[in-house]
Design a protein around this ligand. Structure first.
Ligand SMILES: O=P(O)(O)OC[C@H]1O[C@H](O[C@H]2O[C@H](CO)[C@@H](O)[C@H](O)[C@H]2O)[C@H](O)[C@@H](O)[C@@H]1O
Length: 258
């Protein structure tokens, strides 16, 4: 849990000195890290101030945004063309110079996504507030607007439908169930891949900042580096430091830029 972790802000000056020497690669999650969590996923937005900080940081450290959102969606929301973007939890990656890498294995299960989306829409249509968000390689079933007493029912119905699709699996996030390919690929593997894209050959010291359970996959992959958890997702964490909220994220970025 994040309250057991040292504050990245309190240790900010020493981290800045370290980063100034090492020049880490910087990996940033989007929702809950760069943009506040809001009631409707379509309304999530990065502030001008946060965007400017990310832009300035990216001139100091090679930077990528790693998100559960679709790649195009997240790149348009951040709108800094010079960055790398890993979308759909890392299944699709874009970068400068028209760089594009999509997971070949995941391509094969795209028809199953169409099928399961149709089934789930049917199964869940009588539960008010369920909202679907289709990304190329993942399908989010949002239940933030669903009455608390109905959320178990949403989980159960999704689990029942999912049994018919062994090629697909689910992961939980903040008031969202994410259907994804049953492939050993996640944000951590995307970070690993991006290290070679972003880094000078012998640089793989990485800093990953994220807020959700799916960011834990990435925290595990920055063993040579450090993970910073924003807020609390209610589970054990492999992060090394914590920041309380987006305001602290901003303060931390400002400190790194001094
Ligand atoms: O990896 P991330 O960039 O953090 O994306 C994770 C999911 O974020 C979005 O959903 C979350 O944020 C929404 C807007 O604040 C909120 O309404 C929702 O409850 C959260 O789960 C996004 O919509 C998903 O596609 C991402 O996978």
């Amino acid at each position: 849990m994040s309250h057991q972790l040292p504050s990245a802000l309190e240790h900010g000056k020493e981290l800045r000195e370290k980063f100034n020497q090492i020049k880490p690669l910087l990996f940033l999650d989007f929702d809950g890290t760069l943009a506040p969590i809001v009631e409707h996923h379509e309304d999530a937005a990065i502030s001008a101030e946060m965007r400017d900080l990310v832009l300035r940081l990216s001139k100091k450290y090679p930077t990528a945004v790693v998100s559960g959102r679709g790649m195009k969606d997240v790149s348009q929301r951040v709108n800094i063309p010079e960055l790398y973007y890993a979308g759909s939890h890392g299944f699709e990656i874009s970068g400068p110079g028209n760089f594009l890498k999509e997971n070949d294995e995941a391509q094969k299960v795209l028809p199953q996504f169409d099928e399961i989306e149709t089934s789930l829409r049917k199964e869940l249509k009588d539960i008010n507030g369920v909202d679907f968000e289709r990304k190329k390689f993942t399908l989010a079933i949002h239940y933030r607007q669903v009455k608390e007493e109905m959320t178990d029912e949403v989980h159960q119905r999704v689990a029942t439908v999912l049994k018919k699709y062994p090629e697909l699996k689910k992961a939980d996030g903040k008031k969202v169930i994410e259907i994804r390919p049953s492939i050993d690929w996640h944000k951590g593997k995307a970070v690993e891949f991006l290290k070679t894209q972003l880094g000078e050959k012998d640089q793989d010291y990485s800093v990953y900042i994220g807020d959700d359970v799916t960011d834990e996959d990435a925290f595990k992959y920055v063993q040579h580096g450090l993970g910073i958890l924003v807020g609390d997702h209610g589970h054990e964490t492999s992060a090394d430091y914590a920041l309380k909220d987006l305001d602290e994220v901003k303060q931390f970025f400002e400190l790194l830029l001094q």
